[in-house]
Design a protein around this ligand. Structure first.
Ligand code: NAD
Length: 343
């Protein structure tokens, strides 16, 4: 199987070369992101392997199908960048449903602790031989309420860590887990009672801007928003408004609504065109990492192995257990999201 891997970064290559050798998959690496202008690179390949900021819309899917490309293998869990309805009957789409939920959950906590104990400020100060503590007063997590939205693999790993800190956990999920050892509440209760809100649900039509202008009036003053899921769960302009009005006490962002042309790239020599991002980055209480939560050695190996297995399984058996469900057209509510495929 010959697979064109788009949006390749140097940290992807060793793990994919190893998995390719072990599973007999011939990965070829392209730096370009997949999109209408670059899809032609996939000609002659059996499949493409894409990441979170590649474009797999109906136009690209049409081009891939016309070239005889049979498989789109996502090397990530989320698939909001794929028009899955357009894919049905034209190309098959597989993803990596779980690689290391701990990688993302631990990063969410790393951001949270950095923010509330002002580690980012202290780090810069002490490197400059400034040992003053002025302005570094933080707060403790013990006894505080954390609202977790989305209690899938990552949300639950996050909850386990939160419990270790002695936090009161409130959770919301559209499909609550039956074996939960924490309390589910409605979204409004999460917004009203949480000192920290951490987002772990997928980006769908329903969850887009779930933290938005209307939400600001419901939030507990000083709440810390942690988003390691998908940028557009948070309306970035509303977030900025919430920070300026002091309703939101801090924001820890690993993802950003308009990240696709910025994150993963070094744009340090360029003028930042995105005024909202520039303003957010200027805030002392906003920490941004560049969609890095997944980036551990353990997760990279697991992603490459599962992607190669998905590819082998699909070309051998004609299907993969990690194929997305797109037949029923109910992407957001399909039981496939929890149990597998509905077809
Ligand atoms: P998961 O599928 O295991 O869990 C998602 C949970 O969200 C499920 O329990 C589902 O029922 C729930 N959900 C679905 N619709 C919802 C809604 N409308 N409201 C509330 N909850 C809803 O997924 P996961 O592995 O835990 O990943 C969660 C998200 O994390 C992914 O969608 C992805 O966007 C993001 N992610 C980010 C990174 C990163 O590097 N920053 C890495 C991996 C995943």
């Amino acid at each position: 199987m010959k697979i064109a891997l788009f949006d390749t970064k140097n940290y992807d290559i060793p793990a994919f070369q190893k998995a390719g050798r072990e599973k007999n998959v011939d990965f070829r690496f392209f730096e370009a992101k997949l999109g209408p202008d670059t899809a032609e690179l996939a000609r002659g390949f059996d499949g493409v392997c894409v990441f979170v900021n590649d474009t797999v819309d109906s136009r690209v899917i049409g081009m891939l199908a016309e070239m005889g490309v049979k498989l789109v293998a996502l090397r990530c869990a989320g698939y909001n960048n794929v028009d899955v309805r357009a894919a049905y009957g034209r190309v098959h789409v597989v993803h990596v449903p779980a690689y290391s939920p701990h990688a993302v959950a631990e990063h969410a906590f790393a951001l949270l602790l950095t923010s509330i104990r002002r580690i980012h400020k202290a780090y810069n100060r002490t490197r400059d031989f400034n040992f003053s503590l002025s302005g570094l007063t933080g707060f403790e997590l013990y006894g505080k309420t954390v609202g977790v939205i989305g209690t899938g693999r990552i949300g639950r790993a996050f909850i386990e860590i939160a419990k270790g800190f002695g936090m009161r956990v409130l959770a919301y999920d559209k499909f609550p887990a039956e074996d939960a050892d924490f309390s589910y509440v409605d979204l409004e209760t999460i917004f009203r009672e949480s000192d920290v809100i951490s987002l772990h649900c997928p980006l769908t039509g329903e969850t887009r801007h779930m933290i938005g202008r209307e939400t600001l009036g419901l939030l507990k003053k000083g709440v810390v928003i942690v988003n390691t899921s998908r940028g557009a769960l948070v309306d970035a302009e509303a977030l900025l408004e919430g920070i300026k009005s002091r309703v939101i006490g801090a924001a820890c962002l690993d993802v950003y609504e308009e990240e696709s042309d910025i994150f993963f790239e070094d744009v340090s020599g360029h003028i930042m065109e995105d005024d909202v991002l520039a303003r957010l980055l200027s805030m002392p209480n906003v920490i941004v990492t560049s969609h890095q939560a997944f980036l551990t050695g353990e997760a990279l190996s697991a992603i490459a192995e599962t992607t190669a297995e998905n590819i082998v399984e699909f070309f051998r058996d004609g299907f993969s257990k990690n194929e997305l469900c797109y037949r029923c057209g109910k992407i957001e509510s399909c039981r496939a999201l929890r149990e597998g495929k509905c077809f």
